[in-house]
Design a protein around this ligand. Structure first.
Ligand code: PLP
Length: 381
């Protein structure tokens, strides 16, 4: 049996999405350009609108504010591209983000810093894995009118720590400072409500919630004044050119509709994760759990056992067909240490041991128990 514990990296297709696709393929269509004005095109277009409504409902926004794209990386790039264009004539322009952000965000901010005269100011990160809100307040008091964007993700992909986005929104909104929230990792893993929050831009991604890869959405609070990254034939109301990935979008809608049902599993998953961490702590009293003292998404456990390298654990688990990562998917293939853990103030030695387990939101078997058994047998003296 294969045990997949890298749902934060990419979730396999949800069973309901798989069934939807099977039915759709068996029905042999409709396949058409959703922007065409014939019947088949309109059928594809209606299916896109159904998904748009599901996503708008989940985020409590009007469907006119939801735009489909290829995933969170594109959403992030579109936001930074827009910010760059609308501020092209500003003399002083500051971007605020922290090292907790996904590398897609950090690299966009760095790009604007290098090529576009933007100054970047990094938010301090607390040891518990959350941003330092006092530092944000200080920065806003000092630079208010020069701040062109504040980026704070909803939940971190490595630690699973949930960020205080309600507070960030209430700090930015009165000063009219644009707030961008990368919501990619919170969906389906923790109850979330974006009701009554002023978030100017929000991105999410299909393959993190059991839809097909290559589809995502960007929510833009003021779409009339948004500058598109891809102009194309002005599809998606002119905000994202290119023929829509309509089958991907349909699966995104199906996966979004499942989120509400998954909420009933959260406490069950959380208790399995907590039991796993307690057992590990009993075996390895010196173990460090990252972000354990903060609110975390329920499926993630991220830890380091001093003296045991993360690759040794990863390989031992892999020999037993248990698949985990040693950080975010983007950093896995590099030798560099996690920028997230570094910003939380952990030493290089501890970071070198970091292993992340992230399970499905609907477990049929207890994946954490399988991993525990192998770690115990292989590394406990
Ligand atoms: C928090 C976060 N943001 C953005 C991304 C990038 O998403 P995508 O693969 O859809 O481009 C990821 C995926 O790893 C992520 O975890």
């Amino acid at each position: 049996m294969q045990v997949y514990l890298d749902y934060n990296g990419s979730a396999p297709l949800a069973a309901e999405v798989e069934q939807y696709l099977i039915n759709r393929l068996q029905e042999k269509g409709p396949y058409a350009n959703p922007n065409a004005n014939h019947f088949l095109g309109m059928k594809c277009s209606l299916a896109i609108e159904k998904s748009r409504n599901s996503i708008a409902k989940a985020f409590s926004v009007k469907s006119e504010k939801v735009f489909f794209n290829s995933g969170a990386t594109e959403g992030i790039s579109a936001v930074f591209n827009h910010i760059s264009h609308i501020n092209s004539k500003s003399e002083k322009k500051i971007l605020i983000y922290s090292d907790l952000e996904h590398s897609a965000t950090i690299n966009c901010a760095d790009y604007l810093n290098e090529h576009d005269d933007f100054e970047v100011v990094k938010l301090k990160v607390l040891k518990n894995g959350q941003i330092d809100l006092d530092h944000l307040r200080e920065l806003i008091a000092k630079h208010s009118s020069d701040i062109k964007l504040v980026s704070v993700m909803a939940a971190n992909n490595e630690t699973g720590v949930i960020q205080p986005i309600k507070e960030v929104s209430s700090i930015c909104a009165p000063k009219n400072i644009p707030f961008f929230c990368d919501a990619t990792q919170i969906l389906g893993k923790s109850p979330f409500s974006f009701d009554n929050l002023k978030i100017d831009f929000l991105c999410c991604s299909g393959h993190k919630i059991g839809a097909l890869t290559g589809v995502g959405a960007l929510i833009v609070n003021d779409p009339d004044n948004f500058i598109p990254l891809i102009i194309g034939g002005k599809q998606e109301g002119g905000l994202r050119g290119g023929t829509q990935n309509y089958i991907g979008i349909e699966t995104f809608g199906v996966a979004f509709d499942l989120i509400e049902n998954k909420m009933s599993y959260l406490s069950h998953i959380e208790s399995k994760r907590d039991q796993f961490e307690e057992s590990l702590k009993n075996l390895f009293p010196e173990i460090v759990f990252f972000g354990k003292e903060s609110p975390r998404v329920c499926n993630t456990s991220y830890f380091s056992i001093p003296g045991i390298s993360n690759s040794d654990i990863q390989v031992a688990l892999q020999m037993n067909k248990i698949f985990v990562t040693t950080g975010s998917a983007c950093s896995d293939k590099k030798d560099s240490l996690s920028h997230v853990l570094n910003s939380m103030g952990f030493s290089g030695d501890i970071i070198k041991g970091a292993v992340r387990l992230s399970c499905a939101m609907k477990e049929t078997v207890n994946c954490f128990d399988y991993a525990l058994e192998v770690i115990k047998e292989k590394f406990h003296k």
